[in-house]
Write a protein that binds this ligand. Structure first.
Ligand code: ZN
Length: 117
């Protein structure tokens, strides 16, 4: 599945993720934010990390973490493909050029500029 479609499903149909997928995704985003966040000291960063485990934003569940083993792009693509297959997601394609729009409700094409309001 192309990255564009993966992002579309991830951005607009993420409620269709399973519980485990959601926990893994939450873990990855939280970890990313902590890693890239501005902290005055490494102690502060560690404190934030410990707190995140307590509040459930980070997980130590091996099964859920294993979903992230192949990297975030693979993780996202697998989930998008599963959701597409199991939930029969419909893509909102431009009626003129057939390309994928930005959102499920978009009525204007970002490629050819066609407007079907
Ligand atoms: Zn178009």
């Amino acid at each position: 599945m192309e990255k564009e479609k993966v992002d579309y499903i991830f951005n607009h149909h993420s409620h269709l993720m399973t519980f485990k997928e959601k926990v893994a995704w939450k873990h990855w985003s939280t970890d990313y934010k902590i890693e890239n966040g501005d902290y005055e000291s490494s102690e502060q960063r560690e404190r934030r990390r410990r707190l995140s485990y307590k509040t459930g934003w980070l997980t130590d569940d091996k099964e859920m973490l294993a979903l992230l083993d192949d990297g975030i792009e693979v993780f996202k693509r697998r989930i998008a493909e599963r959701i597409y297959k199991e939930e029969k997601v419909e893509f909102n394609n431009c009626p003129q050029c057939g390309k994928l729009t930005r959102t499920p409700k978009a009525k204007q094409c970002r490629y050819c500029g066609h407007d079907w309001h």
